[in-house]
Design a protein around this ligand. Structure first.
Ligand SMILES: [Zn+2]
Length: 138
């Protein structure tokens, strides 16, 4: 398979996706983190809900801790991807060193593995989770 370098236009396109995603997550996290602090700092606070204002909140009103940590992780991956982009290492599979296809990167902008290596690592992961086979059949 011929490995093609990403054109600067393609890189630019992905950078935009990453930056936009980063902005969304940061806003989302900030909003939830503020709410989280408000909730714990003063438990007796009466929440005065302004109906009209509240209806505008479309992003999950309360983000669970799990979601927040997933977002934080995603944010880290986005920053890492941007850093790789700056160093000119973006789009190169960490496992085999081949270039990752543009289509794949567009769908998963912070993919660090090419399709083949991703499949392999998932297979290995599944293999690991599978309980050892019982040599004796019942
Ligand atoms: Zn690979």
């Amino acid at each position: 398979m011929a490995s093609r370098r990403l054109t600067s236009n393609q890189l630019q396109e992905i950078r935009q996706i990453l930056i936009e995603r980063k902005r969304i997550i940061e806003t989302e996290l900030q909003k939830n983190f503020t709410r989280f602090l408000e909730d714990t700092s003063d438990e007796t606070t009466v929440v005065d809900v302004d109906e009209g204002d509240e209806s505008r909140v479309d992003v999950g009103k309360e983000m669970s801790f799990q979601v927040m940590s997933r977002r934080t992780k995603e944010l880290k991956e986005i920053k890492e991807a941007l850093r790789r982009m700056d160093r000119g290492e973006y789009g190169i599979c960490e496992e085999c060193g081949n270039r990752i296809r543009f289509e794949r990167l567009k769908a998963m902008p912070f993919a660090q593995l090419c399709r083949t290596c991703q499949d392999d690592s998932e297979k290995r992961e599944k293999e690991r989770q599978r309980p050892p086979r019982n040599p004796f059949r019942f």
